[in-house]
Write a protein that binds this ligand. Sequence first.
Ligand SMILES: NC(=O)c1ccc[n+]([C@@H]2O[C@H](COP(=O)([O-])OP(=O)(O)OC[C@H]3O[C@@H](n4cnc5c(N)ncnc54)[C@H](O)[C@@H]3O)[C@@H](O)[C@H]2O)c1
Length: 435
Amino acid sequence: MSEVLSSAEAFDERVHTRTAHVGIVGLGYAGLPLAMVFAEAGFAVTGVDLSEPRVQAVQERRSYLVDVPAERYETLNGRLNATTDYAAVRELDALTICVPTPLSKTRTPDISFIVSAAESVAQNLRPGQLVMLQSTTYPGTTEEIVLPILERSGGKVGEDFFLGYAPERVDPGNKRYSIRNTPKLVAGVTPECLRRTELLYRQVVENVIPVSSPMVAETAKLHENTFRAVNIALANELALMCDRLGISAWEVIDAASSKPFGFLPHYPGPGLGGDCIPVVPHFLAWRLREYGYSAQLIASAHEINASMPLHVVQRISDALNDAGKPIRGSRLLLLGMAYKADVHDTRESPSLEVLRQLEARGADVRYCDPWVPQLDLDGKRHSGVEWNTDEVRAADCVVVLTPHRQFLQTPLWDEADLIVDTRNVVPPGPGVRSI
Ligand SMILES: NC(=O)c1ccc[n+]([C@@H]2O[C@H](COP(=O)([O-])OP(=O)(O)OC[C@H]3O[C@@H](n4cnc5c(N)ncnc54)[C@H](O)[C@@H]3O)[C@@H](O)[C@H]2O)c1
């Protein structure tokens, strides 16, 4: 078996003829869309996930992610399957590990999911297989953590098995950029590892960009997200400064954006959300501590971004105070619990912290989010209210946190007594405060 499968020609032929069997370990926000594009390109794809409900949903062709509607299964002719059983790995030619990489409370990377997935893959590793890591992680993970685990199976990388790193850049909900037209960075532990990784991704991504090592690709992914976190912090700091100056940060940013070079607009908001941008820069900072380097800009950006929910609470409190109302007992309507517009995802959403802080101050808080009908927070279940005139009129203050299209398409701003708008989507008026 090893001779046939491990020869470069045999691998290439299986890829070119779409007879290669591709696996995706971890069928979440990043893994399932990737499984889908490989299946759409004609490959037989097997998803491996420890979550029984997710595996069942794939098997029954049910949607559980906004980017993967049920209709997308219709063109696949059964090419996408899923299982909880790692024995399926033995049948694969290539597989990508796409499991979570959260941060602990002390902001240290938790790579236990990668370790566990790699160990399960190693137990089922077959000669000639290409294993790729796709999870976002700190520089060095592919070669220092995953490689030794796979080598325990007895094989040699670049000869008996192949290992690459190809970070995910997908922006959930983005209509313009999908997996296919977002350039893909790829790296390999050896030149043959890189060649195979590149070849496979070329079948599903228009522009594949090889880099010289997994560590370069790992760090590039972290740098992209750090760039966002730092620039958003800059915009948030501008909002804090403009608040004191009594001018609009958005007007300042729009004015600065008229410069046709050297400026890239970023906008303020209630804080950072999602499982990437607030989390990822800490992977870099954490790893660099080992080298005696303290990433000061990352630390400052984190401090500013993390302070924004409390700033929003202060703005709500000030606005109520001006109306002669205390925060305790005031009825507040929060718009948007997801971390960004038109997605279901509430991971790391700053809206959660705003809700938590307002409840701690004794406010009577309700939320409206057509994308998040229910919310479990700190052991308490919250149910969203409808976006309608009665709810808006009944609120002492309406707080715009996430500008979902439903709010913008049916604006009810004229019905509200007081609005705190963290996203600059409400037209100016006497009862409208910005952050
Ligand atoms: N969500 C995004 O938009 C996005 C974008 C870029 C990169 N990423 C990165 O992609 C990786 C995955 O993130 P996600 O958002 O898809 O996570 P997710 O939580 O949505 O999904 C991860 C899946 O992995 C499964 N899983 C966990 N441990 C497993 C194991 N040992 N074996 C098999 N399955 C296992 C879980 O059951 C879950 O279904 C992370 O490193 C993340 O940082 C995510």
